[in-house]
Design a binder for this molecule. Structure first.
Ligand code: ATP
Length: 892
């Protein structure tokens, strides 16, 4: 179908839809059934069986299985079956961990699924892009990604970047007129918008004519499937570490086996013990546990209203040293109410709260009748006409569809009884040039019922003033003299210093039937009409969050398009701008070179009247000063800075698709305080990963050393292979996972940010692993020797004691791993998962020791109660010996 050849009417007819009401819900459901969902076919997924089998491809596990097979053939059936059972259970565990990680990643994808504005049953509402059908009427604006193939029926300054389809990165202007000609290439179909392309400017409405694989994108979809799994820097580091540990563990194992054989143990026993030891000591589960810890952390972050789009960001979050935050909506509530108006030297106050359109106008304390105040009337009326936002009553609330700044103007006008409905007969809008944050203005061309036309512009007052030639003063146009300009500037200053956001309104009468086609032609030689000042209260939780960030060594910087005085006033209220802190304006930034900015960047806390383009310069300057930068943004033009930042943050509510796609983190509530929570969580996740690395490696060191020392001392094997495997599965597995769910330490937001290059073993972790591991090995061996010396004929009993000591030493040590300082710093019952994991490990150990049918399998015997004193005493040594010494060191 050549949709570009069809007129609007023909398109609506062919797709059987209605321009005013869209499709009905019933029709949509029917079409979804017939056409399927609007999605591109996905690549093959790995089957569950394959994922399961992958768990056994590890080299040492294969060796273990082979060794088991041999022992089975040699008649050791019980050992063989038990070992295989443990390996299979281990496989299942790995499988479920991997599945869980995958599931949460998919859930993330769904959460960030694109939405579109569609007209259905006569109402505009947000719909998931995948639910679009042919015939849907959709609306989109700058920053949106087009959700399906669309024939345009309305386009206002619309430009779309189609490089995803055509490779051409310069945006193409779009119109609605019918095109003629055969086989017009995609890039020239200027009345069409295609799935996956990006709106860079303006806005549009269109009819969906193709969905899913039947879109232009669908035809090349095969080329787009690049579902490569991302791994984080930490995961990469751990993979490298894992390789080193494998070699170390293998060497030590060979040493154990070699010495054992030299000391007269038989080769076969030593071989099986050695392989079991290697399987236990190689932390093959580490990457999977790290992934689970990361993804569980990510899920906790969702509950706190932030979505991680790029997993590595979780780690980088903990290193953030500067947060550059937008003001409007992030630090403030973005609920605007006009409270002050100014025109021709006169000021009015306006009462009322929020978007409720009840309130009265007053001047110098006395109520005024708006119909007698000509300039005030015009200021309100033009604020309403040069405006794309609607405010409607829903139940008891007022709902804004559009931009809060514009909503405030609509509500102010309503308070004087101007509504679009009321003024429809008097004026119509014939051209619109939408707002963008680089121009900081918006304009319309309107025509009165007397056929007179005007340009009406509203925007940042300082900029409008520059573009104005005259001013309305005492109901007359006057040339703007230097003193007149000064007067206006004083008025702007006075409103801004009360932390008010200010919007100016200006206009220019046109010749009748004069048409204006560009914003440059519209926004010049204006007549300055007046100002509207609105409050935008700070979010109540932000002040505290800024303080917490400061305590955590993180600087908060405000970046705003707003007026410098307004920005400064709000920054002071929020505690962002300290004494002596600098405020820099966009025009100063323009004149500074990159290195000049670097010289001062550490002193600047507020950037005002900046354009999105400045943000990139700021990020780069901060990064040059070795900062790890988090940067927020919402618009198309913010995307480069979001991408360049170490942690790009997009707004979930007001953010455009482009900003979200460039970001690593999306704030569901657009709230600054959420960034703080995410950073806290990021720090916690990293600390938790350190905690279980510490636990697992210290346990492994202990397991290897007990065997090595026993061989050196010419003792029998203190642990049999199945016991080693059991410890690896139960004692190492569950508590390590529970450490991944641990609560943050109290001072996690009191420390300085972590250096991004810091290694995993930094801050004494390596020493802790080696020293605790060494002591666990020694304690286990001591228990073995004491009991074995007493009763050399009963090796199995001594082995059971060694087994119990090893398990208990690890289970006590796990509580020490929760703190960077000392075990006494934390309440052990805080982490109930850990308490549960430890209790179940203890119970499973008791079952293996005391349940007669299991005793032959695990080579255990019932332990006499008094022996538990030895076990518990020795098992406490590794943790408490050093905890005590650390404690005294801290006190001194
Ligand atoms: P932030 O960057 O913190 O979100 P901001 O919202 O003030 O700050 P912009 O949206 O770029 O940044 O707005 C810059 C200026 O443009 C505002 O101070 C205001 O004067 C003007 N402005 C904002 N919205 C509109 C609009 N819809 N129409 C006309 N002018 C606007």
């Amino acid at each position: 179908m050549k949709w570009y050849e069809l007129s609007e009417r023909a398109t609506l007819e062919v797709t059987k839809t209605d321009k005013e009401n869209g499709l009905t819900a019933k029709e949509v459901a029917l079409r979804q059934k017939q056409e399927g969902f609007n999605e591109l076919a996905e690549g093959e997924k790995q089957s569950a069986l394959l994922v399961f089998l992958e768990q056994f491809k590890d080299f040492m596990v294969l060796v273990l299985l082979a060794a088991t097979l041999i022992s089975g053939l040699l008649g050791e059936y019980i050992d063989a079956i038990a070992i295989i059972a443990i390996v299979v259970i281990n496989g299942f565990l790995g499988f479920f961990q991997e599945r869980r990680a995958e599931k949460s990643l998919n859930a993330l994808k769904e959460l960030s699924a694109p939405q579109v504005l569609a007209l259905r049953d006569g109402k505009w509402s947000k719909t998931l892009s995948r639910e679009l059908v042919v015939g849907d009427i959709v609306k989109f604006g700058s920053g949106d990604r087009i959700g399906a193939d669309i024939r345009l029926i309305d386009a206002k300054s619309l430009e779309i970047e189609e490089s995803a389809l055509t490779g051409e990165s310069v945006p193409v202007p779009k119109y609605t007129r019918v095109l003629e000609g055969n086989e017009i290439p995609l890039g020239d179909q200027e009345n069409m918008a295609f799935m996956g392309t990006l709106v860079t400017r303006g806005s549009g409405v269109g009819v969906v004519v193709g969905t899913g694989m039947k879109t232009a994108m669908g035809q090349i979809a095969d080329l787009l499937q690049n579902a490569e799994a991302v791994i984080t820097p930490l995961q990469r580091k751990l993979e490298q570490l894992g390789k080193i540990l494998i070699i170390v563990a293998l060497l030590l194992t060979v040493l154990v086996v070699g010495i054992g054989v030299l000391q007269g143990h038989d080769l076969y026993t030593m071989f099986l013990a050695g392989v079991s030891l290697a399987v236990a000591a190689i932390p093959e589960g580490l990457p999977a546990i790290v992934t689970v810890a990361l993804s569980l952390g990510v899920q906790r972050m969702i509950k706190q209203k932030s979505i991680v789009r790029k997993l590595p960001a979780v780690e980088t979050l903990g290193c953030a040293s500067v947060i550059c935050s937008d003001k409007t909506g992030t630090l403030t509530q973005n609920k605007m109410t006009v409270t002050h108006l100014w025109s021709g030297g006169k000021t009015w106050n306006l009462s009322g709260t929020g978007y409720d359109p009840s309130g009265t106008f007053s001047a110098e304390g006395k109520e005024v009748n708006v119909s007698r105040e000509k300039p005030l009337q015009q200021l309100l009326l033009f604020g309403l006409l040069c405006n794309q936002t609607t405010v409607t009553k829903k139940d008891k609330d007022y709902v804004v569809d559009g931009d809060p700044t514009e909503a405030a103007l609509v509500v102010a006008a309503m308070k004087a009884n101007f509504t679009r409905q009321n003024v429809k007969g008097d004026f119509k809008v014939i051209e619109e040039f939408p707002f963008d944050s680089t121009r900081k203005m918006m304009s319309v061309v309107i025509e009165g019922k007397d056929n007179k036309r005007y340009v009406v512009t509203k925007g940042a007052p300082d900029i409008l003033l520059t573009n104005s030639k005259s001013i309305v003063w005492e109901n007359r146009h006057q040339q703007l003299s230097p003193s007149g300009r000064e007067e206006v500037q004083n008025a702007i200053h006075s409103l801004a210093s009360q932390a008010l956001r200010t919007i100016a309104v200006a206009y220019r009468p046109l010749e009748s039937y004069e048409t204006i086609t560009t914003e440059q032609a519209a926004e010049k030689e204006l007549v300055f009409l007046g100002l509207q000042g609105m409050i935008d209260p700070p979010r109540p939780e932000v002040k505290q969050a800024v303080k917490e960030c400061r305590d955590a060594g993180i600087k908060t910087v405000m970046i705003t398009g707003d007026h410098v005085i307004t920005a400064e006033a709000i920054a002071k209220q929020l505690g962002i701008l300290p004494k002596g802190g600098r405020v820099l304006e966009g025009h100063t930034l323009n004149t500074m070179s990159q290195s000049e900015l670097e010289d001062v960047v550490d002193d600047v806390y507020v950037y005002a009247r900046v354009s999105p383009e400045h943000k990139l310069k700021i990020v780069k300057a901060l990064q040059a000063k070795d900062h790890v930068v988090a940067m927020t943004g919402d618009g198309v033009n913010d995307a480069p800075a979001i991408k360049a930042a170490d942690i790009g943050i997009a707004m979930g509510i007001t953010g455009t698709d482009v900003a979200k796609e460039a970001s690593a983190l999306v704030l569901l509530d657009d709230n600054f305080a959420t960034i703080k929570s995410a950073i806290k969580e990021g720090r916690n996740i990293y600390e938790n990963i350190r905690k279980f690395i510490r636990y697992l490696l210290a346990s492994n060191v202990g397991e290897i050393l007990v065997m090595l020392f026993a061989m050196i001392l010419a003792l029998p094997l203190p642990l049999v292979p199945i016991q080693i495997l059991w410890v690896n599965l139960v004692t190492d597995g569950l508590p390590a996972m529970a450490l991944g769910l641990d609560q943050p330490e109290d001072d996690v937001m009191k420390r300085r940010p972590r250096h991004p290059k810091e290694g995993v073993f930094a801050r004494g972790l390596g020493w802790k692993v080696v020293s605790r591991g060494f002591l666990i090995g020694i304690a286990t061996l001591a228990a073995f020797i004491i009991v074995y010396d007493n009763n050399p004929d009963n090796l199995q009993y001594a082995q059971t004691i060694a087994f119990a000591t090893l398990v208990m030493a690890q289970l006590i040590h796990v509580f020490d791993c929760r703190s960077e300082k000392s075990i006494f710093d934390r309440n052990p019952f805080e982490n109930l998962y850990l308490v549960g994991a430890v209790i179940s490990s203890i119970l499973l150990m008791l079952v293996v020791i005391y349940y007669p049918p299991l005793q032959p399998i695990f080579h255990t015997m019932a332990i006499a109660p008094r022996e538990w004193l030895i076990i518990l005493g020795l098992a406490s040594v590794p943790t408490f010996l050093l905890a005590g010494s650390l404690l005294t060191r801290k006190k001194s």
